[in-house]
Write a protein of this length. Structure first.
Ligand code: UDP
Length: 461
């Protein structure tokens, strides 16, 4: 028995447990990072919640999957009475069930050396340390965002905001509306999430590693600044390898999907469209739009006179204007979920109307698709600011004082990108950024070297 356990242990160099926060935008980057670790010789076990594991669509992946309870095994977050209650119970139950999992793996001959945990779950560091393990916090959002929340945590940036211009080290001057919604609309936009994003920094000084899904060349100034205070390493963009460096053979999609993609219909439809002619529209896996906003976007698309592929999740469908799908079926296709990476990589797609979730932003950037930014909440408004003014790879659609983007504004931005001179400039920048993203993850690139260093230290510690 002992000999068998030894053999199993030697089959890999070190074992990382990767604990995800249960949402699409958080699982995708950590799963992709897991694949990179595995590619470099580590054994990786990805951990999700019992509920997510039961409901998710899984593709074959070599990464081992384990589950823990977040205290809501039947309905997940939707079962909790509030976000606050969910996060609190996840912390309590999760600390216990994560410890049980670590014990189980240890007694079955698969002991863990390092816990990589989503920065939204800082309590996991305490569990890792109780077991004497290396603890690595993983930020699934940009460093620019982390920098803002860190300064709030430190009390340097006070909320509610009083300044009209926010100056932080490593960041360009930001206006209040460029800040994450939890700060700009403090107390109104999901207060429980405010506490969560700030508490990402509560125990950060005890973490052995701080891993960020971004790349050095994209966020150089802020990364330089943060690396002075923490063992921070950029490891992204965590896009399936076949869309960038192609070193992980067959890695064409993330592999876990909360919704079932309508792949055939989307790809067949795109195949019939001319190069660069389609407007792809998606607001990600969580955002719920106001009915009025859906209507304005629907009209903006119609008025742009372009073909469009619009992802409207089942829970959002009732908000579409009456008969919209029927009336626009010559020009548009509306689906509940699509294989977004394949869509963005398709030559028919000319622009991406996006909510600017961080994964969507990195995906568009990695596939050089210009963006029309219509941020909804969380970090999206900050991402939109960077997309337009720092990386210059898209336009932020102007919104009124209620945050509503009018049909005219949506139409204008789509036309500017698809037809205007500015669109050409943006496309050129987008191509440059794609090159940088590819180089970062390719052999010897900045992110590749950082992952290499992380692995080497784990193996030799
Ligand atoms: N996505 C997808 N199909 C869709 C819409 C989105 O596969 O129809 C994926 C997208 O590629 C991205 C993730 O869902 O990886 C959404 O993450 P993001 O951070 O952009 O937004 P969130 O859903 O967290 O708001």
């Amino acid at each position: 028995m002992q000999a068998e356990m030894e053999k199993e242990r030697n089959a890999y160099r070190a074992h990382c447990l990767v604990l995800t926060f249960p949402s699409q935008g958080h699982i995708n980057p950590m799963l992709e990072f897991s694949k990179r670790l595995e590619h470099k010789g580590l054994k990786v076990t990805l951990v999700t919640t019992n509920f997510i594991s039961k409901t998710i669509y899984k593709e074959a992946t070599s990464i081992a999957l384990e589950t823990i309870s977040d205290g809501y095994d039947e309905g997940g977050r939707a079962q909790a009475e509030s976000i606050q209650a969910y996060l609190e119970r996840f912390r309590r139950v999760g600390s216990q069930t994560l410890a049980e999992l670590l014990e189980k793996l240890s007694s079955s001959g698969c002991p863990v050396d390092c816990v990589v945990y989503d920065a939204f779950l800082p309590w996991a560091l305490g569990v890792a340390k109780k077991f004497g393990l290396v603890g690595a916090t993983f930020f699934t959002q940009s460093c620019a965002i982390g920098n803002i929340y860190y300064h709030v945590h430190k009390g340097v940036l006070k909320v509610p905001l009083s300044e009209t211009e926010i100056l932080l080290p490593g960041s360009p001057p930001l206006e209040p509306q460029d800040m994450p919604s939890f700060i700009y609309r403090f107390g109104i936009s999901y207060p429980a999430f405010f506490d969560m994003v700030v508490s990402q920094f509560s125990n950060i000084d005890h973490a052995d590693w701080i891993l960020c899904n971004t790349f050095y060349e994209l966020e150089q100034e802020v990364v330089d600044w943060m690396t002075k205070i923490w063992p921070l390493r950029t490891i992204g963009p965590t896009i399936p390898s076949m869309f960038l460096d192609k070193r992980l053979e067959g890695d064409k999609n993330y592999g876990f999907s909360i919704f079932k993609p309508n792949t055939d219909a989307c790809m067949k439809w795109l195949d019939d469209q001319p190069k660069g002619s389609v407007v792809y529209v998606s607001f990600g896996s969580v955002a719920a739009l106001e009915v009025e906003q859906m209507e304005e976007i629907a009209w903006g698309l119609r008025m742009s006179n372009r073909c469009f592929l619009w992802v409207v999740r089942a829970s959002e469908e009732a908000k579409l204007p009456k008969n919209f799908v029927e009336e626009t079926c010559e020009k548009g296709l509306v689906v509940r979920w699509c294989p977004q990476l394949e869509v963005l990589a398709h030559e028919a797609v000319g622009c991406f109307v996006t909510h600017c979730g961080w994964n969507s932003t990195l995906e568009a950037l990695s596939l050089s698709v210009p963006m029309v930014a219509i941020p909804q909440y969380s970090d999206q408004s900050t991402n939109a600011k960077y997309i337009m003014d720092v990386w210059k790879m898209g336009l932020k659609a102007p919104a009124d004082e209620k945050g509503l983007v009018s049909r005219e504004a949506a139409e204008h931005c789509i036309r500017e990108i698809m037809e205007g001179e500015r669109g050409n400039e943006i496309k050129k920048n987008a191509l440059k950024l794609r090159k940088l993203a590819k180089e970062a993850v390719d052999d010897g690139g900045s992110s590749d070297k950082n992952i290499e260093e992380f692995v080497a230290k784990l193996v030799h510690s």
